[in-house]
Design a protein around this ligand. Sequence first.
Ligand SMILES: CC(C)(COP(=O)(O)OP(=O)(O)OC[C@H]1O[C@@H](n2cnc3c(N)ncnc32)[C@H](O)[C@@H]1OP(=O)(O)O)[C@@H](O)C(=O)NCCC(=O)NCCS
Length: 173
Amino acid sequence: MNEPIEEPGIVVRAMRPDDAGRVLAIYQEGLDTGQASFETTAPTWAQFDAAKLGRHRYVAAEAGPSGEVLGWIAAVPVSDRCCYSGVVEHSVYVSLRAQGRGVGAALLSALIASTEEEGIWTIQSGVFPENTSSLRLHAKAGFRTVGVRERLGRLNGRWRDVVLLERRSPRVL
Ligand SMILES: CC(C)(COP(=O)(O)OP(=O)(O)OC[C@H]1O[C@@H](n2cnc3c(N)ncnc32)[C@H](O)[C@@H]1OP(=O)(O)O)[C@@H](O)C(=O)NCCC(=O)NCCS
């Protein structure tokens, strides 16, 4: 994605190092819901920066003068085997107060565009079955449910299922 995406009231642009504080705060806010991930503590910026693919990280910001960051999306490779070089796993987090206004959908569109431009053919994600807003967001963006992985891990002592989602690009052939 070369040009910023503009949705009403929202600008999606490449993530910058000076977004770190806001990105990690939104990350922690999502983790605190207990519905986003098995993780409970956001990484440091150094850990985040080292893990996430540099060309496929975006933030959504208020279009107005505040430019406040409302959400972010980023991806990691699933494997270093070359047969899986076009398969990534993403994370998307939107500030609680900005949810339900299309921020997640705009971020997902940006990620789909930039990964397809680079020949990445599959984006996958694991979502808790209870996270209905995430399931709906991804279904609308063309992700399909591969299956439900049962009691895959424990969060706060409780076994949780994970819905494995994937989007196979129709453009990368
Ligand atoms: C999941 C998440 C990224 C969705 O972002 P968002 O900006 O709220 O999503 P959008 O506004 O683009 O809406 C996407 C769809 O989800 C629905 N939705 C959004 N929030 C919802 C909620 N709290 N409950 C039910 N549905 C919801 C929207 O209605 C929309 O569907 P529709 O267009 O058919 O109405 C956001 O809720 C979030 O960051 N949650 C915490 C972190 C997290 O769980 N991340 C995902 C980890 S897999």
